[in-house]
Design a protein around this ligand. Structure first.
Ligand code: SAH
Ligand code: TMP
Ligand code: ZN
Length: 412
């Protein structure tokens, strides 16, 4: 699955223009014990390109999917209370606005530990999850959520139709942007969905990344960074159109895309509005993304010099939340245990591991304090509200957060 520079667009026939490289990077979620991690030399170049023809922002090279999604996948949706609540609202919206007929079926891909589908289970609405990472899939199965342990594509769709029949809703969150063979996925959606069915999925939004400079949305799993323009381009080839879009606060700025078979529903005004905004933002313009790359370089220099200054001043600095996104930042900036002593995280399987490629120990929340470090780099910045609410004592005692988007700054 690795393409040389000057690769073909995964969506159309265009030749994407390379816009920025974040250097050699490990697998973002490869949180492993120090000895195992140090022996793992796997690296790929995290470089971004933009297709001048369809406007899709994509990675030039992506590791093989089995390197990323397997039986020791480290991310469990249920670890975030805010995401659990978000998904309860997502599920209720699907049920209230889009489920028609007597016995509708909802299919979710990237269903992980079943956090979103658990809502449909509670309402006795038929549901099936598709999740290739066996450990998180087993967690869903253990709570009684039917889950196919496989990668979703056109073949998987045929198998689901054969067993469960057609679906009324195809839903997904933070997974469509992970799948390089997107045309097979949309072909699968076409096979799976009834005539009047809807597709609703959420992913980090290119518009937010451009506006905030939040380059940590780029890591191995995220092969695409979608905009309305690119989503419309993919689905148009399979007879679907955007009928609504709804911006979300999750993951530092996401978009919910709602699609239906062309002509089946009247698109909302929001679709036109966001398409126009994207044109004004030059979201499909490689030159605009090259400017973004220069902003990333400046941000890197600001963060590294701040951490060096704090070290020189004898301050203690920890990290907060060992996110997949932090892997891009740490490796791009070359930040290791000399500048950040440890990172606290609530996910049990990350404890006793180190950050991929940079060797910073990941420890349970209890190690964060008291006693607290002087400063904490907020790697889980997309969970800021939830984290700040929990960590008022850190700030009350004089602790300070270090934020890096939109600018590197110290905040209380
Ligand atoms: N939807 C959850 C999980 C997102 S993480 C949430 O938003 O919190 C992405 C998930 O997609 C992982 O669990 C991964 O194993 C899964 N995944 C990756 N490729 C996939 C594919 N081709 N089909 C279905 N799921 C996939
Ligand atoms: P993500 O940003 O890649 O979704 O990962 C979230 C990570 O942040 C996950 O490892 C759990 C961690 N986390 C904390 O440690 N404390 C928190 O309060 C929250 C919300 C998340
Ligand atoms: Zn293209």
């Amino acid at each position: 699955m690795s393409e040389p520079a000057g690769h073909r667009c995964r969506i159309c026939t265009g030749t994407p223009v390379p816009v920025h490289s974040f250097g050699m990077q490990p697998i973002a979620n490869a949180f492993r014990p120090a000895a195992v991690s140090a022996a793992d030399t796997y690296r790929f170049e995290l470089a971004v390109s933009v297709c001048p023809q369809c406007g899709t922002v994509q990675l030039i090279d992506q590791p093989d999917r089995e390197q990323m999604f397997h039986g020791e996948y480290a991310f469990f949706t249920g670890t975030s209370r805010a995401m659990t609540e978000h998904f309860a609202r997502f599920a209720a919206w699907v049920r209230d606005e889009h489920l028609r007929g007597d016995d509708p079926l909802v299919v979710e891909i990237g269903s992980n530990d079943g956090t979103l589908l658990a809502n449909f289970q509670q309402w006795n609405i038929r549901h099936v999850g598709v999740e290739p990472s066996a450990n998180v899939a087993r967690a869903a199965q253990a709570r009684g959520i039917p889950t196919e342990v496989r990668f979703f594509d056109a073949d998987a769709a045929r198998a689901i139709v054969a067993t469960h029949g057609q679906a009324s809703a195809f839903i997904a969150a933070n997974v469509m942007c992970h799948i390089p063979y997107l045309h097979s996925v949309v072909e699968g959606i076409d096979l799976l969905l009834g005539e009047d069915g809807i597709v609703a999925f959420e992913d980090p939004y290119a518009g937010d990344v451009l506006a905030k400079g939040s380059y940590d949305q780029f890591y191995d799993e995220h092969v695409f960074l979608f905009s309305l323009h690119s989503v419309a381009a993919v689905f148009a080839r399979h007879g679907f159109e955007l009928v609504d879009v709804q911006p979300q606060m999750t993951h530092g700025g996401s978009m919910r895309y709602v699609l239906a078979r062309t002509g089946k529903r009247t698109p909302t005004a929001a679709v036109r509005e966001y398409l126009d905004r994207e044109v004004a933002q030059r979201i499909t313009d490689p030159a605009r993304w090259k400017e973004f790359g220069r902003r990333c370089e400046a941000s890197k220099q600001a963060l590294v010099s701040l951490l060096r200054d704090l070290k020189a001043a004898g301050k203690t600095v920890a990290g907060y939340a060992a996110t997949s996104k932090s892997t891009t930042i740490l490796n791009y900036c070359g930040i290791g245990p000399d500048l950040i002593a440890f990172i606290s995280d609530t996910t049990p399987i990350k404890h006793g591991t180190v950050t991929p490629g940079t060797g910073i120990p990941v420890v349970p929340r209890a190690a964060f304090g008291p006693p607290y470090p002087d400063y904490a780099v907020l790697f889980g910045w997309n969970h800021e509200t939830e984290i700040r609410a929990k960590e008022q004592e850190f700030v009350a005692g004089g602790g300070r957060w270090i934020r890096f988007f939109p600018d590197v700054e110290i905040v209380s």
